[in-house]
Ligand binder design. Sequence first.
Ligand code: AHR
Length: 514
Amino acid sequence: MKARLFLSTVCLTAAVSLSAQKSATITLQPDQANEVIPKEIYGQFAEHLGTCIYGGLWVGENSAIPNVNGYRTDVLNALKELKVPVLRWPGGCFADEYHWMDGIGPKENRPKMVNNNWGGTIEDNSFGTHEFLNLCELLETEPYISGNVGSGTVEELAKWVEYMTSDGDSPMANLRRQNGRDKAWKVKFLGVGNESWGCGGSMHPEYYADLYRRYATYCRNYDGNQLYKIASGASDYDYNWTKVLMDKVGRQMNGLSLHYYTVAGWDGSKGSATNFDNEDYYWTLGKCREVEDVLQKHINIMDQYDKNKHVALLLDEWGTWWDEEPGTIRGHLYQQNTMRDAMVASLSLDIFHKYTDRLKMANIAQVANVLQSMILTDGDKMVLTPSYHVFKMYNVHQDATHLPLTIACDTMNVRDNRQLPMISATASKDNSGKVHVSLTNVDLEKSQTVTINLADMKLKKATGEVLKAKNISDYNSFDQPNKVVPISFKDMKLKNGLLTVNLPAQSIVAIELD
Ligand code: AHR
């Protein structure tokens, strides 16, 4: 990571002082507002990996940890507040070794399996289809089921769909009734495999395209349930995968997925989640922002085959990936979450909002105790991470109309001459007419005076919240769970359609205007 030196700052604004205070200008363009930000951009992902499910979401009805039908009460309440629109399950790589029939019926009869992808942990299948879909009902979340193509059969996946969604006198619906659930669940999102180029079967795109067509054919729409079928997509820079899938599958899929992690590299250390220097920090933000270039390239390919945007792009895994915390189990991907991760979250969401004419879903990895988590648990203790707070501060943008904007600000050279803007922002208008502007100052030292031209929107009142920490490597621990939490923000003035904000160094600010 150290080799990618950042060099100097480049001034884009007309007037930049040499003091610790900088300035930037943002102009909102409500006349160019055409897209609604789908709430699914705020999607989450829960895999049978480490303590994401067991310990994180689920402790079982007989646990001493307070729970509602086996789901941790504290986590349930925190997720309700977050407004999770969609939850992807059971993987990830786990999905392509998961046999759903092992996870239904009386718990004592459910067979165990080895979780080969994630540390060889023994999976007892006590959290299965009923436990997942009932959780989604409690959270008022749309389930996103990831089906097994790598090691499962067409029949197995077809029967799973029938089990979950058929309300008729069909064999699988009757089996579900026998297991205590009379009414079918509604399941919209169905992933046909995961990372089929890797842990999901090591396939070539041409071969997977044919398999997708075959599996998808037998996944039926039962009794008013309408499946939205998602093909397993590319990783990062694999543009050929997208090209082949668009060519060979086309409109037989509703969506095509993509995975992009903010990760230092696969060869050796990914770096510590908490122990990093300024250079690592700026490098990380450069890598995070590179997702924009990657999205544009995949979208360009999709546009060539599908001008009218019938097939959506779904970034169904994204987020930071650091070395596992020392002392934790290898393969469980447990990492801490600092103010740097919060910055990755806000910068990424700002970018995603710009591409929602094609990008219809994004799922951060993962909801609890794995990678860039919203929530960390340890026994009966729970902490909300800085990333959780960003998702909560940003949830006002769900289903709101995106307001495009331009930013003039300083940039910094990071990662072999790529430009990192010091200010990131996004804005939207909700159904009640309220405008929300989210601002991030990535500069570690300098605050910024940001002047926002609100156009002619007749906004009279501004209130705000800020997330910042003393150090960029600060995090919430079980001993200090409230070290990085949002507080009220007042350092701004609204006059004559101009909002002037004094944006502290290394901060994320959410402003509501009406
Ligand atoms: O999120 C962890 C893993 O990352 C997922 O299981 C897999 O799809 C990806 O490689």
